[in-house]
Every structure is written in structure tokens, then in C-alpha cells.
Design a protein around this ligand. Structure first.
Ligand SMILES: Cc1cc2nc3c(=O)[nH]c(=O)nc-3n(C[C@H](O)[C@H](O)[C@H](O)COP(=O)(O)OP(=O)(O)OC[C@H]3O[C@@H](n4cnc5c(N)ncnc54)[C@H](O)[C@@H]3O)c2cc1C
Ligand code: SF4
Length: 337
């Protein structure tokens, strides 16, 4: 490991000041950052430990929404009574990820900002534009079974690995940040970015900006929802494809539907056309198949990962069927420490 300075401020303003340097990194649960430092992928010269900041609470918002503190752990969030009752899609997505031990350490802010799991990004002996701008991309033409089928560029075909973020995208969450230029709110759809020709930028945070909270709007999708995650083994594995569905059914028709795909792009993938195809429709296979086709329109395989196109289509139909049927999600009922 390289040498670095370490600071552990008590106040958000001090953390923002300490994190403003070009080579600074915020340390939350450390379940991703510390791994990357050990692998020599992340080489911060200043590590700003934010664990003493007062950002660990989950609080009700006026009007019925919920604010998830950036330092609330993934498990505390998933098992919060209000999250389970009002946002079970989010609980299910979080609990589909990692392991109980990891989720006890991992924080909400860290989950949003975790880096890709592209093998080449982790292997410092191979070219990677995300790790080293201009170096090339080992995954294009290489081993790319886990890579993107949507929104990729000629510079990078990495995916965003988070489960939680797929649900947050479907729920239209908002990210609260504070930085050297003050506070701002970022719509979740604009938080993560596509790689384009700047694949080293995962999200729209400006230098030194700190995520302080994630706000959930008050909509109620607690009856018809699903988080479906398909992966190589049943636990402790990242999604090859995942689908978050939040739906409202009124008088036998779909009044509103939200759909987001994970494991297929550099950010959770939504499509206005897919959701429009569901609006007002009968909740059945014909509408679900149309929506699935719209959601993956433009998908391109890279070779090893071409199977994901059909997998995403079929997973979307299945997730919509489960959500429409109100199939309960089995993972939210007991806490394992
Ligand atoms: C073996 C293993 C399996 C996993 N499986 C899954 C899985 O299936 N699904 C899944 O979704 N995740 C999975 N994860 C990833 C895990 O969810 C993340 O590592 C975790 O959420 C990161 O949170 P953290 O608090 O530990 O972040 P850290 O490691 O502390 O930080 C991660 C990044 O976020 C930045 N950061 C942290 N907090 C903030 C903030 N408030 N503002 C701005 N930047 C910030 C850091 O600077 C760093 O760049 C797995 C991890 C491991 C090690
Ligand atoms: S896909 Fe992206 S992260 Fe992976 S090697 Fe290519 S540039 Fe790097």
C-alpha cells in the first residue's frame, strides 16, 4: 500500500474541507475502498474517514417520504420498519446483495459510490480506461461475461454493481450532497452516468462532494413490487441481470409502473418507452413482453455477455408477473446478524 494522510472529522463541513483535494477519498464502511487500496487500484493520498459524521439516521420527511442517512448501514436501512412497510422493494434489493456481515458495515453512501466489478479494473497489469484514462479497455474483445449490453461506449463496457441503486432508480429517489460549493439535490436518474468518453467518472459528483442522504418520495408501491436478481450463485454474487419493478394496479389496470434493470449498464437502466407501454394496460403477458422489448431496445452483446440480452428480456417479464401477482419477497422477514 502507499502512504496516505488520515483524517477523522466530526463535522460535515470539516469533512468537505478535508475531502476537497484532488487525491482525497471518503472512507465509510470501507468494504470497497479498502479492497481497492489493497489491490493498488485506488491510491488516495488523503483518506477522510467520515464515520464520526452525524449522517447515520433514517428520518421521516414532511409529506410522507423518508430520508436515509448516508452513513446508515445497508442492513439498518433494509430492516428499518418504515422501509419494510413503505419501500419493501428497497429492502428486497438491499438484502439480495453481498452478505449479512458486509451489509452490517456497508453504508448507503458507499453503496451508491462503489466501483465496478470489471475484472480488468481490478487487475493493474491490464489496460483499463476507468483506472488509467487513455490506457485502453481490456474487456472489449476480452473476457466480458459480466459486462454491459446497454449504454456502453468504445471506451468502457463496465456495469454498476449495486442492487440497492436499482431499486432507488425505480423509486425515483433523490441524492442529497454537500460540497465546496454548497448543498444540492441530484435526481437519482442523473446521479450515475454512462461511460461515454470519460469512463473514469462513475457519477455526477463534483470533486470534494459528499453524499449526505438519499431521499425516498412518498409514493406507495408496497403491494405490487419485485426485485429479481439473477446471478451465478444464490448468495454473495453480483447480478448478471436484475430487475426492479414498482407498480400500482387500480381497477384491474396498471395505473403506474416503474422498471429498472441492474447488471446491464454503467447505471441502473430505465426506459420511458417501456414504462409508457405498461401505463393503462392489462397486467398480463402481452403488455409485459412489449415493455421488456422496449426496455432492452438497442442492447448490444460483446460476445461472452450476449446471453444477457435474452436473459434481461425474460427476467423483466417474470419480474412484472411477480409484481402484478403481489408475490411476497421472501428475504425481508428476518434479520441475520
Ligand atoms: C464480497 C463482496 C460482495 C458484494 N456483493 C454485493 C452485491 O451482491 N450487491 C451489491 O449491491 N453490493 C455488493 N457488494 C458491495 C458492497 O455493497 C459495497 O462494497 C458497499 O455498499 C460499499 O459501502 P461502504 O460504506 O463500505 O463504502 P466504502 O468502501 O467506504 O466506499 C466506497 C466508495 O464510496 C465513496 N463514498 C463512501 N461514502 C461516501 C459518501 N457519503 N459520499 C461520497 N462518497 C462516498 C468512497 O470514497 C469509495 O469510493 C459486495 C462487496 C463485497 C466485498
Ligand atoms: S470495461 Fe471499463 S472498467 Fe473494464 S477494463 Fe474496460 S475501461 Fe476498464
Amino acid at each position: 500500500m502507499i502512504r496516505f494522510d488520515y483524517a477523522r472529522p466530526d463535522a460535515v463541513a470539516d469533512a468537505v474541507r478535508a475531502g476537497a483535494g484532488e487525491h482525497a477519498a471518503f472512507l465509510a464502511g470501507g468494504t470497497n475502498l479498502v479492497d481497492l487500496m489493497k489491490e493498488n487500484v485506488a491510491r488516495p493520498l488523503e483518506v477522510v474517514d467520515i464515520n464520526r459524521l452525524p449522517l447515520g439516521e433514517i428520518t421521516d420527511l414532511d409529506g410522507g417520504g423518508l430520508r436515509l442517512g448516508a452513513l446508515a448501514t445497508n442492513n439498518d436501512t433494509a430492516y428499518d420498519d418504515r422501509v419494510q412497510a413503505r419501500y419493501p422493494l428497497l429492502s428486497s434489493a438491499i438484502l439480495a446483495g453481498a452478505s449479512p456481515q458486509l451489509r452490517n458495515a456497508a453504508t448507503n453512501g458507499g453503496n451508491l459510490n462503489q466501483r465496478t466489478r470489471c475484472y480488468y479494473f481490478y487487475d493493474v497489469d491490464t489496460p483499463c480506461n476507468k483506472r488509467e484514462p487513455g490506457a485502453g479497455c481490456g474487456a472489449i474483445g476480452g473476457v466480458n461475461r459480466i459486462h454491459a449490453i446497454l449504454g456502453a461506449s468504445s471506451q468502457c463496457i463496465a456495469t454498476h454493481p449495486s442492487d440497492m441503486c436499482v431499486a432507488l432508480a425505480a423509486l425515483d429517489a433523490q441524492v442529497q450532497v454537500t460540497g465546496p460549493e454548497g448543498d444540492r439535490t441530484i435526481a437519482f436518474a442523473d446521479y450515475h452516468r454512462l461511460p461515454g468518453d470519460e469512463p473514469w467518472r462513475d457519477n455526477s459528483l463534483k470533486p470534494g462532494e459528499l453524499v449526505t442522504a438519499v431521499d425516498l418520495p412518498p409514493e406507495d408501491f408496497s403491494t405490487n413490487y419485485t426485485y429479481l436478481k439473477l446471478r451465478d450463485r444464490l448468495s454473495y454474487a453480483f447480478a448478471l441481470v436484475s430487475v426492479a419493478v414498482a407498480m400500482r394496479i387500480e381497477d384491474g389496470r396498471i395505473a403506474e409502473a416503474r422498471l429498472a434493470l441492474g447488471g446491464v449498464a454503467h447505471k441502473p437502466w430505465r426506459s420511458a418507452e417501456a414504462e409508457a407501454a405498461l401505463s393503462g394496460a392489462d397486467p398480463g403477458k402481452p403488455a409485459f413482453a412489449l415493455a421488456a422489448d422496449a426496455l432492452i431496445a438497442g442492447a448490444v452483446g460483446q460476445g461472452d455477455n450476449s446471453f444477457k440480452i435474452d436473459l434481461a428480456r425474460r427476467a423483466t417479464v417474470r419480474a412484472l408477473e411477480q409484481a402484478a401477482a403481489g408475490t411476497p419477497q421472501s428475504q425481508t422477514d428476518k434479520r441475520i446478524r
